[in-house]
Design a protein around this ligand. Structure first.
Ligand code: TTP
Ligand code: MG
Length: 404
């Protein structure tokens, strides 16, 4: 009892002196919501985005589904055949990644209007540290409502759920808790009241195995961990046990790590249907190499490391990296190597679902490299820049490189 009082006192102190204001923002049923936005006839219906169910014989998995479909027990990563069994009258659509990426970019642009401290977690999810930006707002609640409204406006109707808390873990738990289209703020002085009745698996780092160990110790709720003897926890779970003990006290000091520096430039393409035709894959690699090259040149960047990403049927995903001797942003160089990597690793038998091309390892910028650049390189670059200009003026289709 005394410990609890002591902890509460400490949190109260934090609230006035240094409590952080962390937002966890996550779009609701992201891919499915984009489809419902673009197809009014899908709204209010169970909609499943993922592999073709082929009347229940389809292979592959569910990417995500609308909340209407979740009522049938369908969820992300479920085999599509199982989804079809549970929800045969649902609407099934293949993913259209470009559309989702565009919506994602719009959302992340909105984040930047609210704070520079943004930690992207996935295509539809980020932590925002709002602590230093609160003088713009009368309350964190007001800021979050405006954030949600701006996202809806810019994306033409997508909804985001926002959890607000003094730390990342609780902000994430709160946003999950208020989905869909929700906002939940956990004030520092109510943090333990909120956290302690939750099942242990809500804490970060508790998977099914740890949950089982805890349950066998008679520990089921977060409050049980907080009240447990830390030595007993560490004897069963080692250092991990002590870490959980801290989290259960509401202590999570992890910072929001802003990604303000471009670390890599990448593009990927998902095929409408899994493909075995290696020429088709190579022509996608050519398009991707050109896109990456163009974006690198726009940002005046060159990379030393090429990574080819390949996702096979069934979602197994592989990365193959190659280090160039010197930094580059030339489409031809990137394409040649990406193609070589692909052909070296995948035969005709592989069903390819997605390929991606990424350039990273920019080191210390672009300009310095120019000093060492040969005349030939310069010429090639001028040609590339001219091509970019034409594309900007007349669209991507104005120039198509011949495959090869
Ligand atoms: P999530 O945010 O996990 O899910 P969601 O936005 O669809 O639903 P929720 O309201 O619960 O947040 O993932 C974001 C997108 O990532 C999701 O719309 C589709 C994609 N995704 C997959 O393709 N496969 C997966 O297994 C998961 C979990 C997500
Ligand atoms: Mg989401």
């Amino acid at each position: 009892m005394f410990i609890l009082f002591d902890r509460a006192g400490c949190l109260f102190y934090n609230h006035h002196m240094q409590a952080r204001i962390i937002f966890h923002v996550d779009l609701d049923a992201f891919f499915a919501s984009v489809e419902q936005r673009d197809h009014p006839e899908f709204r209010g219906r169970p909609l499943i985005v993922g592999a073709d169910p082929k009347d229940g014989k389809g292979r592959g998995v569910v990417s995500t589904c609308s909340y209407e479909a979740r009522a049938f027990g369908v969820h992300s990563a479920m085999p599509i055949s199982e989804a079809y069994r549970r929800c045969p009258d649902g609407i099934y659509v293949p993913p259209a990644m470009e559309k989702y990426q565009q919506a994602s970019r719009q959302v992340f642009d909105v984040f930047e209007e609210f704070t520079p401290a943004i930690e992207p977690i996935s295509i539809d999810e980020a932590f925002l540290d709002m602590t230093g930006c609160m003088h713009f707002w009368s309350s964190s609640n007001e800021a979050a409502q405006r954030l949600r409204a701006t996202i809806a406006q810019r994306t033409r109707g997508l909804t985001a759920s926002v959890g607000i808390a003094p730390n990342k873990m609780v902000a994430k738990i709160a946003s999950d808790d208020c989905k869909p289209d929700g906002l939940l703020e956990i004030f520092p002085e109510r943090l333990l009241e909120y956290l302690h009745p939750l099942p242990v698996k809500k804490l970060w780092g508790i998977g099914p195995r740890t949950e089982e160990v805890l349950n066998r110790m008679g520990i089921f709720k977060v409050g049980d961990i907080a009240a447990a003897d830390p030595q007993r926890l560490s004897s069963r779970l080692g250092i991990h046990g002590l870490h959980l003990y801290e989290l259960a006290q509401g202590h999570d000091e992890r910072e929001v790590i802003a990604q303000d520096e471009v670390k890599s430039v990448s593009n990927e393409e998902t095929f409408d249907q899994d493909v075995r035709d290696r020429e088709l894959v190579c022509s996608a690699l050519l398009r991707l190499s050109e896109k990456v090259s163009q974006r690198l040149r726009e940002s005046r960047l060159k990379g030393k490391t090429l990574t080819l990403k390949v996702r096979l049927r069934g979602f197994k995903t592989y990365s193959h990296a190659f280090g160039f001797g010197v930094r580059t942003n030339h489409a031809d160089t990137i394409y040649k190597k990406a193609k070589e990597l692909f052909l070296a690793h995948y035969g005709d038998e592989a069903y390819i679902r997605l390929v991606g091309v990424r350039l990273s390892n920019f080191d210390d910028g672009y300009l310095q490299d120019d000093l060492f650049q040969g005349q030939e390189d310069k010429k090639a670059e001028q040609v590339h820049q001219a091509l970019d200009l034409i594309k900007q003026k007349f669209g991507d289709d104005a120039i198509r490189r011949a495959g090869g």
